[in-house]
Design a binder for this molecule. Structure first.
Ligand SMILES: [Zn+2]
Length: 465
């Protein structure tokens, strides 16, 4: 059986801390004027990025496969994928070669010393570099896997204003060197697939985190030809690249989830007249205690008059508690008093979700984040993801702890409309520690006792009760 190489493709290193949220990459914390808001660029001016002065890709024998000017043109056109979304105001501008202290005069970032110099410029907030690792040697020198197509991260943040000041993109040109030789871990991607990987990294650069939609495609081991309806709904910000390119299937490079979230984070004036919002809370079976870390997906109801399945194609997601910190801290062990510098501490946000959708009729459902999405592939505020028993449920009008999780009611949303309190009560989650506990007491106790690494651990207990 052909190994699914794709499962290794998109690993995204994040500099300086935790990855927060499916939707935004990170949200503001205690030091911010407004905690719990996504970190975004100040988009009143174009985001200025600099680019490596070397070639994008060279062959193992040293031949230039993709030149510097080809690489620069490609980067420019791929940033355009995000900029051309009509409901976002984000714009980018090429600001020349990477230059500054420690960078070779030709701008070619090749060695660890060069990389550290570029990272230093980025951390200082003066440059947002796009680095070409033409033969994958820099990636290897950094101790990273040659199966990484690229990585990206924000460098300097304005914690108070909640702004991204600078960010970095790193591209492994070995995937475009014309050689596919597993014996040297030198794999090849089609140009369209590589473009998608770059576009994914540019999504992180722009402030987006990972999104999980149509996970069954990934779980079922599709490699290459994924069904087009499901591929259409699969975000470019999914943590792993494994299907045929979207372009080769006749699809736009961005999925509806990507378009919705870049617009939500950096809205154009037209955003409000094109998008509505579905929001609410996810609760454990007591109907009081918030659940953080569940993936929530709004799917458009299928239109039977079209050959396409809109329920797979048009879907937007977020992770519950995306505005709340993934690590509130504790004073007991003396090494984590304040917890993460990211995320709100307002307990009213622990189970809150909010999904931007275009006008239409939607179902909403919850699910676990896949347990393999950890570290640089994490989705949402919790890493590793919390696996919650009873996580799989559609919303319906009469939510309770004893309802049929497959029962669903559709919601019609108009542009500009905010549907709130679309709340989930999960079924048969474990009882709370103290059934007489007051709901407000949750302020001090995050819901860890109910979160299991593996739902199977709990299954016999639930069956017996
Ligand atoms: Zn990523």
């Amino acid at each position: 059986m052909k190994r699914r190489l794709g499962a290794f493709f998109l690993s995204c290193l994040l500099f300086g801390g935790f990855a927060d949220a499916g939707g935004p990459l990170r949200v503001t914390g205690a030091g911010a004027t407004n905690a719990g808001q996504p970190f975004v660029w100040d988009v009143s001016n174009p985001i200025r990025y600099t680019v490596d002065g070397g070639p994008l890709s060279v062959s193992p024998s040293g031949q230039i496969v993709s030149s510097n000017s080809q690489g620069v043109a490609r980067v420019q056109s791929l940033f355009q994928n995000w900029q051309s979304v009509p409901t976002t105001s984000i714009t980018y501008s090429y600001a020349g070669q990477i230059s500054g202290a420690g960078i070779p005069s030709n701008g070619d970032v090749k060695t660890i010393q060069d990389f550290n110099a570029a990272l230093g410029l980025c951390n200082g907030g003066t440059q947002s570099p796009v680095i070409f690792d033409a033969d994958g040697s820099l990636l290897r020198a950094l101790g990273l896997s040659p199966l990484i197509i690229g990585f990206s991260g924000t460098c300097k943040l304005d914690y108070q204003a909640g702004h991204i000041v600078s960010a970095l993109v790193f591209l492994n040109g070995e995937f475009q060197d014309g050689v596919n030789d597993p014996t040297t871990s030198n794999y090849e991607l089609t140009a369209d697939q590589f473009d998608e990987a770059i576009t994914h990294e540019m999504g992180h650069f722009s402030g987006l985190g990972h999104s999980q939609i149509n996970l069954d495609l990934f779980k079922s081991g599709f490699a290459g030809n994924c069904p087009v309806d499901e591929l259409a709904g699969l975000p470019i910000m999914f943590p792993v690249e494994f299907c045929q390119s979207r372009k080769s299937a006749g699809l736009p490079i961005l999925a509806p989830d990507d378009v919705a979230w870049i617009s939500k984070l950096c809205p154009h004036a037209t955003f409000a007249s094109n998008y509505g919002t579905i929001s609410g809370f996810v609760f454990f079976s007591d109907g009081i205690t918030h659940v953080q870390g569940l993936n929530v997906i709004a799917r458009q109801v299928d239109d039977p008059s079209t050959p396409q399945d809109e329920s797979k194609r048009v879907a937007v997601s977020v992770v519950s508690g995306f505005e709340f910190t993934g690590n509130p801290g504790q004073a007991i062990t003396g090494d984590n008093t304040g917890g993460s510098q990211y995320g709100s501490r307002n307990p009213a946000l622990i189970g809150y979700y909010e999904i931007p959708v275009t006008s239409g009729t939607y179902t909403v459902q919850t699910e676990n984040v896949d347990s393999s999405f950890v570290g640089g592939s994490s989705v949402g505020p919790l890493d590793p993801p919390a696996i919650t028993y009873g996580a799989y449920e559609y919303w319906h009008q009469y939510e309770s702890a004893f309802d049929n999780p497959a029962q669903k009611d559709a919601l019609t949303v108009q542009a500009g409309q905010k549907l709130s309190n679309i709340n989930f009560i999960l079924n048969q989650t474990p009882p709370r520690f103290d059934q007489f506990e007051d709901g407000e007491v949750r302020l001090e106790s995050p819901p860890t006792p109910f979160l299991l690494r593996d739902p199977r651990e709990l299954w016999p207990l639930v069956r017996l009760s």
